[in-house]
Design a protein around this ligand. Sequence first.
Ligand SMILES: *[C@@H]1O[C@H](CO)[C@@H](O)[C@H](O)[C@H]1NC(C)=O
Ligand SMILES: *[C@@H]1O[C@H](CO)[C@@H](O)[C@H](O)[C@H]1NC(C)=O
Length: 462
Amino acid sequence: MCLLKSLVAAVALLGAHAQAAGVSGTAIGFASGTTGGGSAVAAAPSDTTELTKWLTDSTPRTILIDKEFNYLGTEGKCTDCKCCIPESNTCGSAGQNAIDNSDWCGSYPTTTCTYDKAGIEGINVASNKSIVGVGSNGVIRGKGLRLTGVSNVIIQNIHITELNPQFIWGGDAITLDGTNNIWIDHVKVNLVGRQMFVSGYEASGAVTISNSEFDGQTSWSSSCDGHHYWTVLGYGKDDQVTFTGNYIHHTSGRSPKLEFNSFWHAYNNYWFNNTGHAFDIGESTNALIEGNVFHQVKTPMLEDSSPGATFAVSSSSAATCKSKLGRDCAPNSLVQSGTLSASDESVLSAMPKGESSVNVLAASRVRSSVLSNAGVGKLSSSNSKRQFRGQIAPVLSSAGPGASPAGPKPTWSWRTVGVKPTPSSFPTAFPTAFPTESPQGSPFGGKGGGAGPSGGFPFGWF
Ligand SMILES: *[C@@H]1O[C@H](CO)[C@@H](O)[C@H](O)[C@H]1NC(C)=O
Ligand SMILES: *[C@@H]1O[C@H](CO)[C@@H](O)[C@H](O)[C@H]1NC(C)=O
């Protein structure tokens, strides 16, 4: 009881502090220490023009997204413009054609299409910004966020949507290129033309993507099955990414696709209803995959011809971590899913210091935790649910909650509060079978055989 009371007090203080600063909580994982706009007084822009100005200027800011900012039409439309019909589109208007990108379109048949220009390239966010949604009201419609050559940005509790979802190259929701200290938390992304998240080619540095929802349900599907293919693409050449507490659902590929020299620690995420692949791990990528739930995921990890170093924890390999990380790893749970097998122990040695000490939940707790915490409008429920539902609560272990954002960084860990019974099985309300058919052959072949634009797409176009 005493413990619970002090936790309640700690969380209440955290809430009070967070309210003043706009941002709730602090980043865990690689992006810990990210302060965004720091102590800048939180303010809400009045319209898209002001929002763009505040995002792009050189003033540290805490920008409240308290309503929908609709960029559709703000840059006009491209009417009857050049597009192509890729091999993957075998289903006409239920598929995705591609906005002309000659390198990518190659000899695909041409067609015309009309799209909104604002979606094509995101707003160029400057350094030292916190972008924070209010309640469940924060929506940026029709344009994404592009972080290039900047550092110290927090994006929390906003929904990015409607970036020409009909078209490949219609728009990316969040782009990182040459960044450091980026925290993306409680963000929801759906209905984009291209990537929900993309990094590269320059190093993205320290990044944490937490409690976010990648919702792939679409009427324009590159895999022709109502699922979005282009989900998360990690192409930065020195990225250190903590990917945790996320809900990735109704996708069909690239969830995520990782390549080049990066380290991804993916733990306690919930993948649901993926008709294609989740992980696609290429050259030089280190990935530690633990304590996740893959539920109705056809291919949890693609076989790759030149795979990076991957360690996906199973019950038989859980103890291997102990000698390298000083703790057991948490096995992944695969429910009505394909197999996941990867045991390159070099990942454990390559684990950057600090990241190894994050507290990883047992997979049996992950589904309910993610469903109640991930996405927009769940900041307060995240805290109260973590506090009261017998799962985990944040515990402050160094600086006090009143510490200035610029001062010594408080460190948090997760502590189990009481014991929650482990559900013996998942609810049976979910359909148990995968769709019987996958698209014939590789719908993304044809261009160098890669699953997507692995070669030859112009800079700035991924
Ligand atoms: C961001 O804030 C840091 C710390 O106050 C400062 O050193 C840096 O110059 C700022 N960056 C920009 C682009 O304003
Ligand atoms: C899972 O995906 C399949 C294939 O698109 C679909 O038929 C089914 O309704 C989905 N299940 C849920 C619970 O969304």
